[in-house]
Design a protein around this ligand. Structure first.
Ligand code: HEM
Length: 487
C-alpha cells in the first residue's frame, strides 16, 4: 500500500479521464463540495454527487467489459478447439472463428467499453443517448458472437446476420459519439478517437463485404485481403484507440507529469493513421512498394508510442506495480510483432507456408499487445467505475469495515495470477502459430480461458459481496468520502 506525497496529491486532484477527480489522500469535502458541481446534461439517477454529468452510468462501460472477459474465455476455448487447423492452415474456418472471438468479442468489446467511458469525460460532453449506448452494446454483442458461430458452423445466414449487426452497431456508435467528438481543442486523445472511429467504420464495412462475399462470391478472399482486414482492425481501430487514450491514462495511472512539450503521442497517432491508410489497401491490392511505405510509417507510429511510454515511465512518481508490469509487457509485444511481420514479408515469396505462419504469429503478437494493455488497464479502470457505482448504492466501507478503497475491490494475488496466465497464454499461442506447433496453440487457448475466468471473477466477486451486504440504496444522497490512493 502506498500513499501519495503532497505533489502527487496535487496531481491526483486533476480531472480524471475515468470521470470525477482521482481521489486524494486527505480528508475534507468531496469533489462535489470542492467544485460546486451542478447536474449537467447526461446526468443519470443515482449518480453520486461530484461525478461529472458527462460520465455515463457505470452499467454502460461495465457491460462491455464484462462481455469482453467472457469473450476471452470463448476465444481461448476456440483456440483450444482449432489447434489442429492452426498448425496446418491458419486461414481455416475454425481459426477464423477463434481470431474473431479474440478481436471482436474480446478486444473490440473491451475497447468499446473504454470508448463509452472515456469519450464523454475527455471531451467534457455526454453521449447523445445512454439508450443508444445500450443498443450499441446489444447489437455489437450479437455481431461479435454470431460471426465466429456462423463461420465455425458454416451457416452463411448467421454470418450475414452478424455482418448486418456489426454495420448497424458501428453506425449507432458514430451517431452517439459525433457530438462529443466534434469538440475542439482537446488534443491528441480526441484526434485519436476520431480517427479510430473512422477505422472502426472502415473495418466493419470491410467485414460486411467479406460476409457478403462468403455468401455470393463477389471477389477472391486471398490471404493478402484477409491481412488487410487484420491491419485495419488491429492498428486503424483498436490500436489507435489505445495509443490515443493512453496519452490521457498514463499521466494519471503512473502519476507522471511530463515537463515541457512532448510530441511523441501526437506523432504516434498520426503515423499510425497514415501508415494504416497506406498499408491496408496496398496489402489488399498486392502493391508491394506502397505496402513497405505503409509498413514503415506504421512502425514509426508504434515506435513513437513506445517513446511516449518510456518518457511517462521515466517521469513517473508511482512505484512499480502490477499495472506498470502489464503495460511494459504489452509494449514488449510491439517489437516482437514487428520482427515477425518483417520476417513474414521476407519469407513468404520463397516458403509460402512458413511465411503465412509467421504473419499469423505477427498478428497474434500485436493482438497480445492490445490484450495485455486491456487486461492491465481493466484492473485500474473497473475498480474506479465500480467504486462510484457502489457509492451510488450506499456502500461506504470495504470488506474490512474501513472506508471503501479502489484497491479493496479485487484480490491482488489473483490479479498477479491473471498476469501470469495471460502472458504465458499469448506467448504459447504466438509461438505455436509461428512454428506451426498445434499443442502450443491448445495450451495458449487453455491459459486464455483461465485468464478470462480469473479476471471476471476477481473484478466482480468483492463488489457483488459488498452489494449483497449493503442496506437500502440510500447512499445516492450522501456525498462520497475520499478514499486514500494506494499503489
Ligand atoms: C478489429 C476488427 C477485425 C480484425 C482485426 C479482423 C481480422 C481478421 C483476420 C486476421 C482475418 C483472417 C483470418 C484467417 O485467415 O485466419 C479475418 C477474416 C475475416 N473477417 Fe475479420 N477482422 C475484424 C473485424 C471483422 C468484422 C467486423 C467482420 C464482419 C462482421 C469480419 C469478417 C471477417 C470474415 C467473414 C473473414 C473471413 C474471410 C475469409 O473467408 O477468408 N471481420 N479478419
Amino acid at each position: 500500500m502506498r500513499h501519495c506525497s503532497a505533489a502527487q496529491a496535487a496531481m491526483c486532484a486533476d480531472p480524471s479521464p475515468l470521470g470525477g477527480s482521482e481521489p486524494a489522500p486527505r480528508s475534507g469535502p468531496g469533489p462535489a463540495a470542492r467544485t460546486g458541481s451542478t447536474p449537467a446534461a447526461g446526468a443519470w439517477p443515482g449518480r453520486p454527487p461530484g461525478l461529472p454529468g458527462a460520465v455515463p452510468p457505470p452499467s454502460v462501460p461495465l457491460a462491455f467489459l464484462a462481455a469482453a472477459s467472457l469473450g476471452l474465455v470463448a476465444c481461448g476455448a476456440a483456440w483450444a478447439w482449432a489447434w489442429g487447423w492452426a498448425g496446418s492452415d491458419p486461414s481455416a474456418d475454425p481459426v477464423v472463428a477463434a481470431v474473431h472471438l479474440g478481436v471482436l468479442a474480446t478486444l473490440a468489446t473491451g475497447v468499446l467499453g473504454a470508448v463509452h467511458q472515456f469519450t464523454p469525460v475527455i471531451t467534457g460532453r455526454p453521449l447523445r443517448s445512454v439508450r443508444l449506448a445500450r443498443l450499441v452494446f446489444v447489437t455489437w454483442l450479437g455481431a461479435s458472437w454470431l460471426l465466429p458461430l456462423g463461420v465455425a458452423t458454416e451457416q452463411v445466414t448467421v454470418t450475414a446476420a452478424s455482418g448486418a449487426l456489426a454495420g448497424l452497431s458501428l453506425v449507432l456508435l458514430a451517431v452517439n459519439l459525433a457530438g462529443p467528438l466534434a469538440v475542439r481543442g482537446k488534443g491528441t486523445p480526441v484526434t485519436a478517437l476520431r480517427l479510430a472511429l473512422a477505422g472502426a467504420l472502415s473495418t466493419s464495412f470491410l467485414g460486411v463485404a467479406f460476409v457478403g462475399d462468403r455468401q455470393r462470391g463477389w471477389f477472391v478472399l486471398s490471404g493478402h485481403v484477409d491481412l488487410a482486414m487484420g491491419v485495419l482492425g488491429l492498428f486503424g481501430w483498436l490500436g489507435l484507440t489505445y495509443v490515443g487514450v493512453a496519452e490521457k491514462l498514463w499521466p494519471m495511472f503512473l502519476l507522471a507529469h511530463l515537463p515541457g512539450r512532448h510530441r511523441s503521442g501526437r506523432v504516434a497517432v498520426w503515423c499510425l493513421a497514415v501508415g494504416v491508410t497506406l498499408l491496408a489497401p496496398a496489402l489488399a491490392w498486392g502493391a508491394d512498394t506502397l505496402a513497405w511505405a505503409g509498413g514503415v510509417t506504421t512502425a514509426a507510429g508504434l515506435g513513437a508510442h513506445l517513446v511516449s511510454l518510456a518518457v511517462h515511465v521515466r517521469h513517473r512518481r508511482r512505484a512499480v506495480d502490477l499495472h506498470l508490469v502489464f503495460v511494459l509487457t504489452a509494449a514488449a509485444w510491439v517489437p516482437v510483432g514487428a520482427g515477425l511481420a518483417v520476417a513474414a514479408a521476407l519469407v513468404v515469396p520463397r516458403h509460402h507456408h512458413v511465411g503465412v505462419a509467421l504473419s499469423a504469429a505477427a498478428l497474434s503478437a500485436f493482438g497480445a499487445w492490445l490484450l495485455e494493455a486491456l487486461v492491465g488497464h481493466a484492473h485500474k479502470v473497473v475498480p474506479f467505475i465500480v467504486w462510484s457505482a457502489l457509492r451510488a448504492r450506499g456502500v461506504a466501507t470495504g470488506p474490512s469495515g474501513a472506508p471503501l478503497l479502489f484497491a479493496d475491490l479485487y484480490d491482488h494475488r489473483w490479479a498477479a495470477a491473471s498476469y501470469g496466465t495471460l502472458t504465458c497464454g499469448v506467448a504459447a499461442l504466438c509461438t505455436g502459430l509461428a512454428v506451426s506447433a498445434p499443442p502450443l496453440v491448445a495450451i495458449g487457448g487453455a491459459l486464455l480461458v483461465a485468464t478470462g475466468l480469473v479476471v471476471a471473477a476477481n473484478l466482480s466477486a468483492v463488489p457483488v459481496r459488498l452489494l449483497g451486504r449493503a442496506a437500502a440504496p440510500t447512499g445516492a444522497q450522501s456525498p462520497p468520502s475520499q478514499p486514500r490512493v494506494t499503489g
